[in-house]
Design a protein around this ligand. Structure first.
Ligand code: SAM
Length: 398
């Protein structure tokens, strides 16, 4: 199957489109809605998750109708909640389809950080290697944890839906956002316009379009899944998972201004007897560098491979072959964490456990990075090596 064709260039921004975010928020389709929905299915195993989400949105209020169409790939009577002219405009652009008075979306439009982002569908059919990554727990954790530093320039490498460029880098006066996937750039540019962001989008293999340029802030949530197979561009990180992360770190000395910072969300392999910091320092080269790791979750190799080869998304991926590959490459598990790299006066390192953030925690993380001592929020002291509560395990903050 291939993606249905979007005609975003045909959208008329003079009509109601400019008010779409306010309209969706006022109708209750916002982050409060998505957090509540996520928490309500927290204990549900992945293979039953979709049925649970559909059941949880069965009350026919506006937020559920909008959520079913724009987040759950379901048909619903949108005429009851959005003006006809807006629906027609979205149909003309290929975002919506209509049948028998019901609407369905060809892409997702999800609420994040007070804005709305277009991506390929989290619950649609698998549509090939150029699918645009719908904001996941990784994207959300990065967006809610990364301080909104007030800087002149920022670069987002592997922008996907544009979440980090549009929301996380909102404190930067100028934002360049790169992706290797042209479809991602098309969707992200739409989202930037929808959310009033001036970020500029360009096709680039990592830093290739940034020759000679330096930035105050470099953001990236790159593809990091260790895999023996060729999988989607948004998640395949080669057999070690670090193929792209390594290249990003290797380019930081050249592309960060003095005193600059990098915020990377990584799901990185754990090798016996070697800490991530050792590899990162060898990739970065001479410093001094300050390194800080804020962990979201630690997976065993078995849990991680099970999650990434799950049959209801990709029945073609080979669970046994993946596990053998992890074993032969010495990958004992995978940790999901934010890595902050600060061009600094001295070398320093710190690390702590985190709890998945349900709201913006960026100021608390900023304080933690400043003082290197303060506790941030309610952090776990124990490393969890199991996954007892399903995909939304790391909650609540209470
Ligand atoms: C895990 S997704 C993250 C998307 C988004 N930044 C987020 O946080 O949700 C990784 C993104 O990196 C892009 N990518 C993969 N390889 C790349 C490369 N060599 N250069 C630039 N972008 C790349 C993919 O197309 C994808 O959009």
């Amino acid at each position: 199957m291939s993606h249905s064709r979007l005609r975003l260039g045909q959208l008329d921004w003079q009509d109601e489109l400019g008010f779409l975010p306010e309209m969706l928020d006022a109708l209750g389709y916002n982050e409060v809605w998505s957090n509540q929905l996520g928490l309500s299915v927290a204990q549900i195993p992945g293979n039953l998750m979709y049925q649970a989400l559909i059941r949880q949105t069965r009350e026919p209020g506006p937020s559920n109708l909008l959520g079913r169409v724009f987040a759950l790939s379901y048909w619903a009577p949108l005429k009851a909640v959005l003006p006809n002219s807006l629906l027609e405009s979205l149909e003309k652009a290929g975002i919506l389809r209509q049948r028998d008075g019901l609407h369905a979306s060809t892409v997702d439009l999800v609420p994040v950080g007070g804005g709305y982002l277009l991506s390929d569908r989290a619950w649609g059919p698998h549509l090939g290697p150029d699918s645009v990554y719908p904001p996941g727990l990784d994207s959300l954790a990065m967006c809610r944890w990364t301080p909104r530093w007030k800087v002149e320039s920022a670069l987002d490498l592997g922008t996907g839906s544009g979440i980090q460029a549009v929301i996380t880098a909102a404190g930067a006066a100028r934002v360049d956002a790169f992706d290797i996937n042209p479809r991602a750039l098309q969707l992200a540019a739409f989202s930037a316009r929808l959310n009033g962001s001036s970020a500029s989008f360009q096709q680039s293999d990592l830093y290739s379009a940034a020759a000679g340029k330096k930035y105050d802030l470099i953001l990236s949530n790159p593809p990091w899944v260790p895999t023996p197979e060729k999988i989607e561009t948004y998640r395949g990180g080669g057999v070690s998972g670090e193929m792209i992360s390594q290249r990003i770190c290797q380019g930081l000395a050249e592309h960060l201004n003095p005193g600059g910072r990098a915020a990377l969300y990584l799901e990185y392999p754990r090798f016996k007897g070697q800490h991530l910091f050792e590899r990162v320092r060898s990739w970065l080269g001479p410093g001094p560098w300050g390194l800080a790791l804020l962990h979201r979750r630690h997976y065993t190799a078995l849990e991680y491979v099970a999650g990434h080869t799950t049959g209801h998304f990709r029945p073609d991926l080979d669970f046994e072959r993946w596990l053998e590959s992890y074993e032969s490459n010495g990958i004992e598990g995978v940790s999901a964490s934010m890595l902050f790299i600060l061009s600094s006066q001295s070398d320093w390192e710190m690390e702590r456990e985190g709890v998945f953030p349900l709201s913006d925690q960026s100021q608390a993380v900023d304080q933690w990075l400043e003082t290197k001592q303060l506790e941030v929020g309610r952090f776990q002291r124990q490393t969890r090596l199991h996954w007892p509560e399903g995909p939304f395990a790391d909650h609540p903050l209470d």
